[in-house]
Design a protein around this ligand. Structure first.
Ligand SMILES: [Ca+2]
Length: 434
């Protein structure tokens, strides 16, 4: 982590994340942004936050920031200097500033404007010596759909530190740092096309130990369960690729179940890869460095499907007929066919998972980039299998039973197969060559 010298001027911290500052009276910090999520606590704390004043150290607390322009380290570290010991600290943020707010009787100071978010990085305490405390606000590592705010490229945000000076006056004496202006820029980083959901890096248990009998009909293909780390953030299409999208980019629609908002099917693995290549070419000027549009790896797919869950479905232990487009549920009593029109449903017809991904269970099976291979027990990072004859298919389809739609269920087919229950979705992720 790089920290920068404090700057005594409010909103004047001389920080540049891309060796770039914004012209004007105040310099600013610039952070690369693709589609980051800034975690903001639900409660707003009011508008009267301004007027940094000297605290018991004799100095004014000063906020600064550092960050990275890399897509794999898309973060913002906020630091504040000159804090008294034992100060409890909140970092506040806002899209606006208000020069006219009053606090403590002083007018004309730079403040955060409403609404103000509280809790970037959570509350931390300067339990050490008087001086610097900092918090890493990894904007990509905090996918909290409830209360989260998506930062858009080109937006300017303002950050300020609020703290209590226990030395000076006990817990009720509050004070503020100066402010930091941060421009979240798309410069050099690129941005995903609409409909791509940010997926943070992380570790999960891949596979399933579900027993062989109903309702799960688990099997050895899903075992052994093993630890997998995805070391980079990426984006995944919230929907399976639709027929409208395929028609627009490729100029054809091979689907058996016609409808512009239904997923494209009757596409081979080769067709799916050609779509991804065309999308990458179309978006060439807008790609994060080292990233491309491609099919997900099998590990990326299961990690994204689970979205932190460990149950057989991202919904929980059961899959009911009103939760996905599939054909037969083992989770009704007695097990029964689902009453659906033939074929696929329009994408997004059912509840998404915690990442905001729709139809990870059912609708169309989804091609993955990997060749199929048995699992091993070793923990692995960024697994990607090449060379085998079959390509992995995940998620089950409109014609499958519930057990075949489980998060860990695997099947595969030759890359030339086109079938009316097979489609795909894309990821924007590091380049891989199958
Ligand atoms: Ca699906």
């Amino acid at each position: 982590m790089t920290t920068y010298p404090r700057n005594p001027a409010a909103f004047g911290s001389a920080v540049s994340f891309l060796a770039r500052t914004v012209a004007g009276a105040r310099t600013s910090a610039t952070v690369w942004v693709g589609a980051v999520t800034l975690s903001v606590a639900g409660a707003q704390v009011g508008t009267n936050y301004c007027t940094p004043a000297p605290n018991s150290t004799g100095a004014t607390a000063s906020i600064s920031g550092s960050g990275s322009a890399s897509v794999t380290l898309n973060n913002l570290t906020l630091s504040v200097a000159n804090l008294p010991q034992n100060a409890a600290v909140f970092f506040l943020c806002s899209r606006t500033q208000d020069f006219n707010q009053n606090f403590g009787g002083s007018a004309g100071n730079i403040c955060l404007g409403a609404p103000i978010g509280r809790g970037v990085g959570g509350v931390i305490t300067n339990s050490g010596a008087t001086g610097m405390v900092s918090v890493l606000a990894d904007l990509n590592a905090l996918p909290q759909p409830s209360g989260a705010v998506v930062v858009q490229a080109g937006e300017t945000w303002y950050f300020q530190c609020w703290y209590r000076d226990a030395v000076a006056g006990g817990g009720s004496t509050s004070n503020f740092s100066d402010g930091l202006e941060v421009l979240f820029s798309g410069g050099g980083g690129g941005n995903p096309i609409p409909g791509m959901v940010p997926i943070p890096a992380g570790t999960f248990l891949m596979g399933s130990n579900a027993a062989g009998g109903p309702p799960y009909l688990g099997g050895s293909l899903e075992q052994p369960v093993h630890q997998v780390t995805i070391s980079y953030p990426f984006w995944m299409g919230q929907h399976e690729v639709t027929q409208a999208e395929y028609q627009t980019l490729i100029g054809a629609n091979p689907s058996f179940s016609p409808g512009p908002s239904r997923p494209v099917e009757l596409v081979s693995w080769h067709d799916a890869r050609a779509y991804c290549a065309a999308l990458t070419a179309q978006q060439a000027a807008n790609l994060p460095s080292g990233y491309e549009y491609r099919l997900p790896t099998e590990a990326e797919w299961e990690y994204a499907c689970r979205a932190g869950t460990t149950t057989e479905f991202h919904y929980g232990p059961d899959l009911l007929c009103n939760q996905a487009r599939f054909a037969f549920s083992y989770h009704t009593n007695p097990p029964a066919s689902c009453v659906n029109p033939s074929g696929t449903a329009p994408v997004g017809s059912y509840v998404p998972n915690a990442f905001g991904l729709f139809d990870m269970h059912g609708n169309v099976c989804e091609w993955c980039l990997d060749s199929y291979a048995p699992y091993s027990s070793a923990a692995v990072t960024d697994p990607f299998v090449t060379g085998g004859p079959g390509r992995v298919l995940r998620g089950g389809s409109w014609s499958y039973a519930s057990y075949q739609c489980r998060s860990a269920y695997r099947t595969n087919a030759g890359p030339g197969l086109a079938n009316d229950n097979i489609g795909f979705r894309v990821v924007l992720a590091p380049v891989l060559v199958p």
